[in-house]
Design a protein around this ligand. Structure first.
Ligand code: WQD
Length: 339
């Protein structure tokens, strides 16, 4: 049976996408090196879907492993999630970030070409827009001016994919620019499991609410936004995962092309609005204090997603309350304090 090859299949976005693909009837070959994920996620995916993934443990830079995967499976499409994604970390470790996020994609593309597999969904990020001049952001908004190696690595891969398509337009490529993925699968079995202290807002709020962390630091309240705190387009991870099923269908239909879509909700929420929504939905308190800005942060960023709605027949359906409820359900289900 024809299979979809999912790299980073045990990660936050990868695992939720595998659930939606399996439930849509696709067969999956998965690859993960567990650098930012856990093997037990495979069992959780099986628990949710009652289906197995053909799984390989290893690294995207290992060309012999990639060749083995393509030789042993009839792969028709690749979804590439495997990447490091911490903005702060990337500033401290640029070589690791470019090696892992850029060189690994080149190894993947070379292998795909040799095995004549030319359909690819690539996970990019709204960070490729840098600090946008205007919002909402459309796919025509100028990219560049990225403020960290993580965002720059995503920008570089986007340029590589554009060059590849222009060199040979039999390639069939979909670039997804994620805004801020948050929340968890309704089962509470899979979600965002950042090892240690979370860098991102939602998992930090959830850990404070669950008394695993004492207090949230709000990074600045003097931004040019509705209440002075940073505004972002938060999208439920399950809505984001479902967009990938639509992306697979789009590439199967088109057979060749280069497509770029923003994946968000089209609404921006501030840090203070997120805190209030989380407290209201879950009946908890989230103590916080305002501290100085975090270097590299931007004021406001939210998407215009009308192109994905029109061309993929996809639209986010879950709201900020759903995101807060599911994020808290997951952290309670999986927290050490409950064990
Ligand atoms: C959101 C808002 C912070 C933490 C990054 C990447 C993006 C994606 C998501 C990978 C900002 C504020 C945060 C905290 C805070 N990553 N904040 N206290 O920076 O918008 O996006 O993560 O896919 O590519 O760029 O997300 O959740 O870190 O921050 O006040 O402890 O929350 O200042 O305004 P960000 P974030």
């Amino acid at each position: 049976m024809k299979k979809v090859f999912v790299t980073g299949c045990c990660g936050y976005i990868g695992s939720h996408t595998c659930v939606e693909l399996l439930e849509a009837g696709y067969q999956i070959v998965g690859l993960d090196n567990f650098s930012n994920s856990k093997r037990e996620v495979l069992n959780k995916i099986k628990q949710i879907t009652n289906k197995d993934i053909i799984f390989y443990e290893g690294n995207m830079l290992d060309k012999s492993l990639l060749d083995k995967i393509f030789e042993e499976n009839e792969i028709v499409m690749v979804i590439d999630f495997a990447a490091y994604k911490s903005v702060g970390d990337s500033v401290k470790k640029p070589i690791e970030y470019y090696m892992n996020n850029v060189s690994s994609v080149l190894t993947l593309l070379q292998t795909m070409k040799e095995h004549n597999v030319k359909s690819l969904i690539f996970s990019s990020s709204a960070t490729v827009y840098g600090n946008p001049e205007t919002v909402p952001i459309t796919e025509q908004t100028k990219t560049g001016g990225t403020t960290n190696p993580y965002g720059t690595s995503k920008l570089y891969v986007e340029e590589i994919l554009k060059d590849l398509y222009h060199s040979d337009n039999s390639w069939n490529i979909c670039i997804f620019r994620y805004f801020n993925p948050v929340g968890a699968h309704q089962s509470g079995l899979i979600g965002e499991e950042p090892n240690g202290i979370p860098a991102n807002l939602m998992p930090f709020i959830a850990k404070v609410a669950n008394k695993e962390l004492e207090c949230l630091n709000v990074f600045g309240d003097d931004y040019n936004t509705k209440d002075g705190t940073g505004v972002r387009d938060y999208i439920h991870i399950v809505d984001l995962a479902k967009a990938h099923v639509c992306g697979v269908k789009k590439l199967v239909k088109e057979q060749s092309g280069l497509f770029i879509y923003n994946l968000g909700t089209g609404s921006g929420y501030s840090v203070l609005e997120m805190i209030k929504a989380f407290e209201r939905v879950n009946g908890v308190k989230v103590p916080y204090k305002v501290v100085e800005r975090r270097p590299g942060d931007i004021d406001e960023c939210y998407a215009d997603c009308s192109l994905a709605e029109k061309e993929l027949n996809w639209k986010a359906t879950m709201n900020i309350e759903d995101m807060c409820k599911d994020a808290y359900h997951f952290i309670k289900n999986n927290s050490i304090t409950n064990k």
